[in-house]
Write a protein that binds this ligand. Structure first.
Ligand SMILES: [Zn+2]
Length: 188
């Protein structure tokens, strides 16, 4: 997977990649390929071109418009459960402190502190802002009299993707809109 920020810039003509059912392969990060990769996949007949940019590439033997949206010919079944990563944990918690709801200065809180035997798992780690984390210190929520917005659980990939849909990327090419369904309007 390519880092989305590097290829999202419109000048780079990134290609939105849809699964064989014409839903995005991934919402967050949005499944984008560099156009070079997309064209290779076209020639290998692994994808169909759904939409294209006006910009063309030329070689002595061919010219073609850069694909802006492609769809895989073979359906890729998403794994049922996402990896336990820092990013996915923030995404599960919608980038909000689970104690006060703020979205700044986010850190990870061991609900049952490590010193009390708490493990680093989906079920025991929650997103917390730095002030809440500091206030809670080495105590359980109960000991600190702080309440979690929700009980931490291992999310399904589906649930995580649903959350991701609420955090659209900054840039979307016109031809992508038909294939994306964001829950909130784009912010400037
Ligand atoms: Zn907080």
């Amino acid at each position: 997977m390519y880092h989305p920020d590097l290829i999202r810039h419109p000048d780079g003509c990134p290609t939105l990649v849809l699964n064989a059912d014409y839903t995005p392969l991934s919402y967050y990060p949005l499944s984008l390929w560099p156009w070079q990769t997309a064209i290779k996949a076209v020639f290998l007949e692994r994808v169909d071109i759904v939409s294209h940019y006006e910009r063309e590439v030329h070689s002595p033997s061919f010219s073609m418009k850069l694909p802006s949206v492609i769809a895989l010919r073979q359906f890729v079944k998403p794994s049922a459960y996402p990896a336990f990563t820092r990013f996915n944990l923030f995404l599960r918690d919608s980038f909000a402190c689970q104690y006060c709801g703020c979205r700044h200065d986010l850190t990870f809180d061991h609900v049952i502190p490590r010193a009390q035997g708490g493990r680093t798992t989906w079920e025991n780690v929650a997103t917390a802002c730095a002030p809440c984390n500091l206030r809670k210190g080495g105590r359980t929520p109960r000991q600190a009299r702080m309440e979690l917005a929700s009980t931490p659980e291992r999310p399904t990939s589906w649930a995580l993707q649903e959350n991701g849909r609420r955090f659209p990327p900054n840039y979307l090419h016109d031809s992508w809109h038909d294939w994306l369904y964001w829950d909130v309007p784009l912010e400037a």
